[in-house]
Ligand binder design. Structure first.
Ligand SMILES: NC(=O)c1ccc[n+]([C@@H]2O[C@H](COP(=O)([O-])OP(=O)(O)OC[C@H]3O[C@@H](n4cnc5c(N)ncnc54)[C@H](O)[C@@H]3O)[C@@H](O)[C@H]2O)c1
Length: 333
């Protein structure tokens, strides 16, 4: 059985769906701090065998109870806080939840002899890019506490491999987008910091124009370029990572992006096109710490894991829009 921490959240729920479609047995562990019980209910409706335990990584007995109750073979660890701005204002919350919480999880794994983990890392571990596309050997100099928590965890995992033989696959995601094509699950962050859901939301909440932060970056249209990867493609990578861990029993790290950069203005225009609405926008000052270009080389994941990208940005925007439309309608009920 696979333990999925953070399975009530955005990316975790897609991994649960993918794994359960591959007949894997799943137990989700989540404190519902940013995840939603409705997501769990939807997943259980699709597959009633999915188990859910509400608990917190900062509570050692919550974690140990899972390992006592279920026969866990591997862990996929999504649980964490991931709002960059919040991590700058309140680093203590991030080090406690992400770093200390993960150490509790790893200690329980060692104690109960579960020695395989797939971990949600991030492009933020690289910091300001020194070259592009960024491969896994790029220097790692995170510029905010959130990125630092993820790099610290990766380093801790190396030490746990050496000392306790705990093998980890670290997946460094770039910008994750899209929703389920049947609108069953999707991105649902009460504090939304991501570009596409925020453009879509601004079409519903028309109080002020959508803000594009900076249009004088050294890019063709002056706006930031990012690498947008579909959440279902990302979920596929987790299944491949589990299969790789089972077969190779080896620690490794993989970037997950498309290798293609898209600018904020391009995303904005694509989204406007999909919605068929004219969304007003304004140019706002640049944000601190936003690099001009962040683009992944995912050659390694493609070659070693056999990972393939199956969804286009336009498809992702369409599913994200249908999902947001469903959420907005729920709000009005
Ligand atoms: N969304 C992205 O674009 C992106 C990019 C790079 C990396 N990541 C990483 O991927 C992971 C998942 O991201 P997401 O966007 O799905 O976030 P999310 O907030 O939707 O999901 C995180 C889940 O973890 C749970 N959680 C948090 N702290 C917990 C704790 N102490 N104990 C138990 N459960 C806890 C939350 O309730 C939530 O359900 C995170 O670790 C994030 O840092 C996300």
């Amino acid at each position: 059985m696979i333990l999925v921490t953070g399975g009530a959240g955005y990316i975790g729920s897609f991994a649960v769906l993918k794994l359960s479609m591959q007949n894997e047995k799943i137990v989700i562990f989540d404190n519902l701090s940013t995840g939603h019980i409705e997501t769990i209910n939807t997943l259980k409706k699709i597959n009633p065998d999915i188990c859910f335990v509400q608990g917190d990584l900062n509570n050692i007995s919550d974690i140990e109870n899972i390992f006592k109750k279920y026969e866990i073979s591997e862990v996929i660890h999504f649980a964490g806080l991931s709002i960059v701005e919040e991590s700058i204002k309140n680093p203590s919350k991030y080090y406690k939840n992400n770093v200390a919480g993960t150490v509790n999880l790893l200690n329980a794994m060692v104690k109960y002899n579960v020695l395989k983990i797939v971990f949600s890392s991030t492009a933020s571990v690289y910091g300001e890019p020194e070259y592009t596309p960024i491969d896994e050997n790029h220097p790692k100099k995170p510029v905010n506490p959130y990125g630092k928590t993820k790099l610290i965890i990766e380093n801790i995992m190396d030490d746990y491999d050496k000392a306790y033989n705990l093998k980890s696959i670290r997946l460094r995601y770039f910008n994750v987008i899209g929703a389920d094509n049947l609108s069953r699950i999707g991105e649902w962050h009460d504090t939304e910091t991501h570009l596409i859901p925020n453009i879509i939301k601004s079409a519903y909440i028309k109080t002020s124009p959508f803000k594009i932060f900076g249009d004088d970056y050294a890019t063709p249209d002056g706006t930031c370029i990012r690498d947008y990867i579909n959440v279902c493609d990302l979920a596929d990578a987790h299944y491949l990572a589990i299969k790789y861990l089972r077969k190779e029993n080896k620690t490794d790290v993989f970037n997950l992006g498309t290798g293609t950069g898209t600018s904020v203005k391009e995303i904005f225009n694509l989204t406007r096109g999909v919605l068929g609405k004219d969304i007003p926008f304004e140019i706002a000052p640049k944000r601190k710490g936003d690099p001009a270009i962040l683009c992944a080389s995912s050659k390694k994941a493609q070659e070693i894991l056999g990972w393939k990208i199956n969804h286009s940005i336009k498809e992702s925007i369409k599913t994200a829009y249908l999902w947001e439309d469903k959420l907005q309608k729920l709000k009005t009920i």
